[in-house]
Design a protein around this ligand. Structure first.
Ligand code: NAG
Ligand code: NAG
Length: 114
């Protein structure tokens, strides 16, 4: 019984720490700043969440899901390294800028705001 209780408490604290990390990560994303970066660097091809180079790969949630780009981490990788016809932005934007623009894109997609 004592073992079960400490196992339970152990799980609870792992859960609690993971939740804290998840929120801490979100809290560092600045969506207004992300929008500014998007307008300056991405809108030429992705205006309104579209894709003028490859119209099949928009930034809408259905396409992000289909191509497994529906997390901040996946979008950060895509923006940093490029993929397909999209060039890398890792040498043009700071890590923080890329985090913010990824947060903005995912938020626009998830809230159907494009
Ligand atoms: C995005 O693409 C859709 C469908 O092609 C089009 O109707 C819309 O006007 C485009 N939006 C922008 C901002 O280019
Ligand atoms: C490009 O994205 C696809 C998923 O859409 C992935 O499978 C592939 O590994 C990526 N390529 C590079 C070079 O990151």
């Amino acid at each position: 019984m004592k073992f079960l209780i400490s196992l339970f408490l152990g799980c609870l604290s792992v859960l609690f720490i993971s939740l804290q990390l998840a929120f801490a990560q979100d809290a560092t994303l600045d969506l207004d700043e992300g929008e500014r970066i998007f307008t300056a660097n991405c809108a030429s091809c992705h205006n309104g969440g579209n894709n003028t180079v490859n119209p099949l790969k928009t930034l809408k949630i259905s396409d992000l899901e289909q191509y497994e780009k529906n997390t901040v981490t996946a979008i950060v990788t895509q923006v940093t390294n490029g993929n397909g016809s999209m060039p890398p932005f890792g040498d043009r934007l700071s890590d923080e800028d890329i985090q913010n623009v990824a947060g903005y894109v995912l938020n626009q997609a998830k809230t159907d705001s494009w």
